[in-house]
Design a protein around this ligand. Structure first.
Ligand SMILES: [Zn+2]
Length: 163
């Protein structure tokens, strides 16, 4: 088995093309690292296109009757085609620390072309993290994981399908 140089999934040595992302095998010793990097980035763009991952934020108003939900808004977190495998795209804002003794859920939308599908992601109870930022990590086989924490200490969700 070999690892696909584009999406990181395993494939048979004899496969001329990755069954997940379609990345062809690059033959010949004359392929330079620059040509290889260019081919990988073109293939990634071809398969992931303009796919975007959005966070659904719930907005609240404080009224005489208490706190009332005032709708939602969608905030772009990352475009996976712009990420390297294993790279995390962090949202700029920090959130308050959430209780770490129970699972919490994130509401996301994954946009492909003009279609958007809703995805709920559970983050398992874990260590107390004082700085809460949200990020998206591009992982093997063109999956992604939601990441909570900061550059030094993170908790990850399970892998979710992008394609
Ligand atoms: Zn691949």
């Amino acid at each position: 088995m070999v690892k696909c140089i584009c999406c990181g999934s395993e494939r048979d040595d004899s496969d001329n093309m990755c069954p997940v992302c379609g990345m062809p095998r690059l033959f010949g010793a004359d392929v330079t690292p620059e040509q290889k990097a260019k081919a990988v980035s073109e293939n990634k763009r071809k398969y992931l296109g303009n796919t975007g991952i959005y966070l659904t934020e719930h907005l609240y108003d404080v009224t005489e009757n208490g706190i009332v939900e005032a709708g939602t808004r969608s905030v772009l977190i990352a475009r996976p085609s712009e990420l390297e495998l294993g790279e995390i795209s962090w949202m700029p804002e920090s959130y308050e620390a959430v209780p770490s003794d129970r699972e919490f859920c994130l509401e996301l939308e994954v946009e492909k072309g003009s279609q958007r599908s809703r995805v709920e992601v559970a983050i398992a109870p874990g260590r107390v993290l004082s700085h809460k930022k949200l990020g998206v990590k591009l992982t093997e086989g063109f999956t992604f994981r939601m990441v909570v924490g900061d550059e030094n200490d993170q908790v990850e969700s399970a892998a979710l399908e992008l394609l």
